[in-house]
Design a protein around this ligand. Structure first.
Ligand code: C2E
Ligand code: CA
Length: 765
C-alpha cells in the first residue's frame, strides 16, 4: 500500500505543477488528491516509526487538515464558482496546518533539549530569534497598519507571520544545534520541508502586501513541495538506523563548529541586494553574527573543557571502581589464603601451625587457660585393617563432632594424624572434667559407614597455664604427657590433668620401654602360677599363669606396669608367644605326669585380637606342643569383650572350635552386661578381686556377688572368685555357692617348681 502511494506522489506533484499554470481548476482538484495521498502515506509510515511517534501522527494530521481545506477550496472553485480568495474561512482553515506544524516543531525541540548544551542553545536561539524578527519586522511588520486590521486580516498577516517566524526560529535553531552528529536524512527532509513551507507562507503573505500574482503561484508550488518532503521524511524515519541517538562520546549534540548561521546571512544579503533592507541593517546583522561567533567559540571551548573534565572524572570513577573490585577480590583471596593457611585440609579444623600461633597469643594475654590434648585410641588398627581412606573418613567424622564443641567457643585443632587439641578458657578441674565428658560423649557414639561400625574413644590430657607450664612448648609437652598417662591407664581413665609427678612416671615408662624392647623373653621372663581350688573339696582344680619379669638391675617389674606398655609398643605377640608356649607345655607336662585334668588360665590382652594371624598361631601352638587345648582357658577382660565388634565374636568362635575355653576376667568391675556372655559362648566368669575385697563389710557388694553367682548358674557358667585373702571371704563365697576360689588366702603366684613341690608331690605322696 505504502509503495503504491509513494509511486503516485511524485507524478501527482508534477501533474499539479503543469496544470497549475494552464488549468487552475483541475490543479485545485489534483492538489487535493495529492495532499490526501501524502496524508495517507504519512499515516501509514507513522505506525511503524519508533522514535517520536506522536510527531509523525501530528504530521499526518497537519497534512489531512490541509487536504480537507484543499478539497473544500476545490469544491468551491469547481462547483460553486465562487471567488475563493474572498472566503475568509480558508484563512482560518489553512492556519490549522500552520499551528500543528508549530506544535510538531515545538515537541521536537522540547524532546531534544536534553541532548544540547543549554548555554550554546541559548545564544543560538537568541541570535536566530534576533535576526529572524529583525528581518520579519523589516520586511513585514513595519508594513502593517495594525490598528486598521480586521480579525481575518489580522490572522492572515500577523498570525501567519508570527507562527512562521517561530517555526523558522525553531527549525534554524535545531539545524544549528546539530553540530556534533550527522543529521539524519529524515530530519534533513523535515527541516527543509518546514523551511520551504515557511518560505511559501511568507511569499504568500508578501503577495498580500505587494500583490504580485507570480509569488502566489510559486508559493503554492513550494507548499506542495514541502508536503512532498514531509512524505520523504516519514519514509526515511522508518529507514534511519534506530540507534542513531546512541552517543558514545557523551557529548551534547550542539558541540562543535557550525557555520550554518553564515548561511543565514544569505537572506539579508539578498534582501539588501534587492534593496529591501538598508546597509545599516545589513551591517548590524553582520555585527550580531560576529559577536555570536565569538561567544559561540567561547562556549564551545568551555564545553570541551567541561566534557574533558567529565571524561576524566568518568575514567577516574571507572578506575576507582576497578580498584575497589580488585581490592575486594584481593581481600577475598587473602582471606581464603589465610583461612587455608590455618585450616587442616582433611578435617577443616584449625591446623597445628595455627594452634601454636593461637597459643602464643593466649600466653601473651597472661590470662589463665587450659589446653586439652587428645589422641584417638588404637586408631592405627582402623587404618591397618580398613585402609587409609576409611581411616580418613573416621577422622573427618570425629572432627565434625569435635567441631560442635568449638562452636561453643573453645577452638579445636587437628595437631597430628589422630591427635586433636582444644583451648579452654578455664583452669577449674570441674570445668575440665565436664569438657572431658562432653568430648567423650560425642566421640564414643559409634561411627557407622555402610556396613562398618567403629567404636572410637580418645585419651585426653590437660595442662593449665600458667600453673603447669609458662611457655608454649612446655604447655604442649605437659598436655601430651598427661594425655599419654590417660592412654596408659586404659579405658578406666577419662582424662588426666598434668601434675609434676607424671613426668617421673613418664621417665620410668621410657626407661622400661627401652628395657622391654631389649629383653630376651626366654631368659628374662618367667611364668608364675597361682593355684585355684574347688570351694567344696579344697582340691586344686587349676591355676592362673602370670608373667614375671625379674630384671637384673631393676628387680621385679610388675606385669600391671609392663603389659600395658607392651600393648602400647606392639610387643604383645612376643609376650603371647612366650606365655602360651610356656603355659601349655607346663600344664601338658603336669596333667600328663600326675594324671590330672587341671585347667590352666592364661591372660589374653585385648590387643591380641588385632593380630590377623592369631587363629593360625594358636593352631600351630597345639601342633607344636601336642597339648590338649581343653587344658587351657583364655581370660579376657570384661571390658575388652564388651568393646568387641563382629570380628571379635568370630575370633571367640574360632578359639572355642580349636578346643580352648574362655573366661571373662575381672567380671563385675565394668559394664557387667550379660548379653554378650551368651553371644560369645563363654565358659567361666571370674569375679573381680575388687568386688571380693569388700564382701564382708559391704552388703551391697556381697549382694552383687550373689547375683552374679545365681545368674551364672542359670547360664550354666563356671564361677571363679579371685583375690580371696581372708577366711571370712571364703565362708561367704561358699555360702553363695561359688565354685572355685583363687587368692593370697591360699597361695600367691609361685614358680612352677614350688607349685609342683607343694601341690603335686604332696598329694602324690
Ligand atoms: P589379673 O588378670 O587380674 O591377675 C590377677 C592379679 O591379682 C595378679 O597380679 C595376682 O598376683 C593378683 N592376686 C591374686 N590373688 C590376689 C589376692 O588375693 N589379693 C590381691 N591383692 N591380689 C591378688 P599380677 O600377677 O601382678 O598381674 C597383674 C595383671 O597383669 C593381671 O591381672 C593381668 O591382667 C596382667 N597379666 C599378668 N600376667 C599376664 C600374662 O601372662 N599375659 C597378659 N596378657 N597379661 C598378664
Ligand atoms: Ca587374670
Amino acid at each position: 500500500m505504502k509503495k503504491i502511494l509513494m509511486f503516485f506522489i511524485v507524478p501527482l506533484y508534477i501533474v499539479y505543477i503543469i496544470t497549475t499554470f494552464s488549468m487552475p481548476k483541475t490543479s485545485s482538484v489534483i492538489s487535493a488528491i495529492y495532499v490526501f495521498t501524502i496524508a495517507f502515506f504519512i499515516l501509514l509510515e507513522s505506525k511503524t516509526i519508533v522514535a517520536l511517534k506522536k510527531t509523525w501522527y501530528l504530521f499526518a494530521l497537519a497534512t489531512f487538515s490541509w487536504a480537507i481545506t484543499d478539497t473544500l477550496w476545490a469544491f468551491h472553485e469547481v462547483y460553486k464558482g465562487n471567488v475563493v480568495e474572498e472566503l475568509s474561512i480558508f484563512t482560518y482553515l489553512y492556519m490549522i496546518t500552520d499551528i500543528i506544524l508549530l506544535m510538531i516543531i515545538s515537541i521536537y525541540f522540547l524532546e531534544n533539549i536534553k541532548k544540547w548544551n543549554r548555554l550554546q542553545l541559548l545564544i543560538d536561539t537568541i541570535v536566530i530569534t534576533l535576526i529572524t524578527f529583525a528581518l520579519g519586522s523589516a520586511l513585514f511588520y513595519s508594513e502593517i497598519e495594525f490598528s486598521l486590521l480586521s480579525l481575518e486580516e489580522w490572522v492572515g498577516t500577523v498570525g501567519y507571520l508570527t507562527v512562521d517566524i517561530i517555526i523558522m526560529i525553531f527549525v534554524v535553531t535545531m539545524i544549528a544545534s546539530s553540530r556534533f552528529r550527522k543529521v539524519r536524512t529524515s530530519i534533513k527532509f523535515m527541516a527543509t520541508g518546514l523551511v520551504i513551507y515557511v518560505i511559501a507562507d511568507l511569499m504568500f503573505i508578501d503577495t498580500v502586501f505587494t500583490g504580485k500574482e507570480i509569488f502566489g503561484v510559486i508559493s503554492d508550488i513550494l507548499f506542495y513541495g514541502a508536503f512532498l518532503l514531509f512524505a520523504f521524511s516519514s519514509y526515511h524515519a522508518n529507514k534511519d538506523p534506530k540507534d542513531y541517538y546512541h552517543n558514545v562520546e557523551k557529548m551534547p549534540l550542539n558541540y562543535g563548529k557550525s557555520y550554518i548561521l553564515w548561511w543565514v546571512l544569505i537572506v539579508p544579503l539578498i534582501l539588501f541586494v534587492f534593496g529591501r533592507i538598508s546597509i545599516t541593517y545589513m551591517a548590524s546583522i553582520l555585527f550580531v553574527l560576529v559577536v555570536y561567533q565569538l561567544l559561540s567559540h567561547y562556549v564551545q571551548k568551555l564545553l570541551l573543557t567541561e566534557s574533558l573534565y567529565h571524561k576524566e572524572h568518568e575514567i577516574t570513577q571507572h578506575l576507582e571502581e576497578r580498584i575497589k573490585e580488585r581490592t575486594v577480590q584481593l581481600e577475598q583471596s587473602k582471606k581464603e589464603l589465610e583461612k587455608r593457611a590455618i585450616t587442616d585440609s582433611l578435617t577443616q579444623l584449625y591446623n597445628r601451625e595455627y594452634f601454636h600461633e593461637y597459643l602464643e597469643k593466649k600466653i601473651k594475654e597472661k590470662i589463665p587457660f587450659s589446653i586439652a590434648y587428645m589422641d584417638l585410641d588404637r586408631f592405627k588398627v582402623i587404618n591397618d585393617l580398613h585402609g587409609h581412606p576409611m581411616g580418613d573418613r573416621v577422622l573427618v567424622e570425629v572432627s565434625k563432632r569435635l567441631h560442635n564443641i568449638s562452636k561453643s567457643g573453645y577452638p579445636v585443632f587437628r595437631v597430628g594424624g589422630d591427635e586433636f587439641s582444644m583451648i579452654i578458657e578455664s583452669v577449674e578441674l570441674v570445668e575440665l572434667e565436664s569438657i572431658s565428658r562432653l568430648i567423650k560423649g560425642l566421640i564414643t557414639q559409634p561411627i557407622e559407614f555402610e556396613h562398618y561400625k567403629f567404636n572410637v574413644d580418645a585419651s585426653i590430657g590437660f595442662a593449665r597455664y600458667p600453673n603447669d607450664a609458662q611457655s608454649m612448648s612446655d604447655l604442649v609437652k605437659n598436655a601430651d604427657i598427661a594425655m599419654y598417662h590417660a592412654k596408659a591407664k586404659g579405658i578406666t581413665a577419662k582424662h588426666v590433668v598434668f601434675s609434676s609427678d607424671l613426668i617421673e612416671q613418664l621417665e620410668r615408662r621410657n626407661h622400661l620401654e627401652i628395657l622391654l624392647k631389649n629383653a630376651d623373653f626366654k631368659k628374662d621372663f618367667d611364668l608364675y602360677y597361682q593355684p585355684q581350688f574347688d570351694i567344696e573339696s579344697g582340691q586344686m582344680v587349676g591355676m592362673e599363669a602370670l608373667i614375671r619379669w625379674h630384671h637384673k638391675d631393676e628387680g621385679f617389674i610388675s606385669p600391671a606396669e609392663f603389659i600395658p606398655l607392651a600393648e602400647e609398643i606392639g610387643l604383645i605377640p612376643q609376650v603371647n608367644d612366650f606365655v602360651f608356649t610356656e603355659a601349655m607345655l607346663q600344664i601338658g607336662r603336669w596333667n600328663d605326669h600326675y594324671d590330672k585334668n587341671l585347667v590352666m588360665s592364661v591372660n589374653l590382652s585385648p590387643l591380641t585380637f588385632n593380630s590377623v594371624d592369631f587363629y593360625e598361631s594358636l593352631k600351630s601352638l597345639i601342633d607344636i606342643t601336642g597339648v590338649n587345648p581343653s587344658f587351657i582357658e583364655f581370660e579376657i577382660t570384661e571390658h575388652s569383650a564388651m568393646n568387641s565388634s563382629q570380628t571379635m565374636e568370630d575370633l571367640f568362635k574360632e578359639i572355642k572350635t580349636l578346643g580352648f575355653s574362655i573366661s571373662i576376667d575381672d567380671f563385675g568391675t565394668g559394664y557387667s552386661s550379660l548379653s554378650y556372655l551368651k553371644r560369645f559362648n563363654v565358659d567361666t566368669l571370674k569375679i573381680a578381686k575388687e568386688l571380693i575385697f569388700n564382701i564382708e563389710t559391704n552388703e551391697d557388694e556381697m549382694m552383687i556377688v550373689e547375683a552374679i553367682i545365681m545368674m551364672s548358674e542359670a547360664l550354666k557358667l563356671h564361677i571363679i572368685a579371685e583375690g580371696v585373702e581372708r577366711k571370712e571371704q571364703l565362708d561367704l563365697l561358699r555360702r553363695a555357692n561359688c565354685h572355685t576360689v583363687q587368692g593370697y588366702y591360699f597361695e600367691k603366684p609361685i614358680p612352677a617348681h614350688v607349685l609342683e613341690d607343694k601341690y603335686f608331690r604332696k598329694s602324690s605322696k
